[in-house]
Design a protein around this ligand. Sequence first.
Ligand code: 2HA
Ligand code: ZN
Length: 269
Amino acid sequence: MKSILDNREALKAEVEKIAEVAGYLWQNGWAERNGGNITVNVTDLIDDDVRSLPAISEVRQIGITLPALKGCYFYCKGTGKRMRDLARRPMQNGSIIRILDDCASYAIIADEEVMPTSELPSHLAVHARLVENGSPYKATVHTHPIELVAMSHNKRFLGKDVLTDILWSMIPETKAFCPLGLGVVPYVLPGSNELAEATLRELEDYDVVLWEKHGVFAKGLDVMDAFDQIDVLSKSAKIYVNAKAMGFEPEGMSQAQMKEMTIAFNLPR
Ligand code: 2HA
Ligand code: ZN
């Protein structure tokens, strides 16, 4: 079957990376059923031929107006689609959409009429903010990492940077590779505007935010970068959980050892 990815190496490589990450989400047990979402701004990889492609869907409303995204293109996971299926067939379980000139609607352009995720407005709102800020970040990922979600069930961990400090102290890499730490959004209804707004606010300060009793939302340079940051934080959470399962509270690196990391790796704090 013909695909928009044929003879478009850069776009193809990007979609293959999305499929690879979708496979990791599933393998990690973070993406039961249709859980999780991936949205990637692929505008830079779109050529004039693609720009002139006709829409293959009706015009659909986003639900919000996002002037920063005029004429942008996104790969979006399909609504109700499974990450494990997307891993094998990304263009049958997701699609490429074009944001139309009114900045309030979109149309699917390839490969099939796969309706984007129900969380499209919140993902696009984050992308619009990134574009407005001149950010090089192109990808957003939402998933359900087991240990991080488990930790979010304890109010003790939900104060500002409480979890960040615990996770950073489990293994030096976490502070080095997730130097902004983990933001927290108190529980609100999935898919709600409140969740989108709270997420936008936390993403001003963090690359990864934890949605209480639900999952994480990450932004990254590309989908692999967003995944890596979640993976690093999740690794720390696993170490914490393993120590607790062995019957003790893990000591954690000391404040002095963490400070030493900040200086040695030139970290923001
Ligand atoms: O899209 O995980 O929270 C499926 C979800 C929404
Ligand atoms: Zn979710």
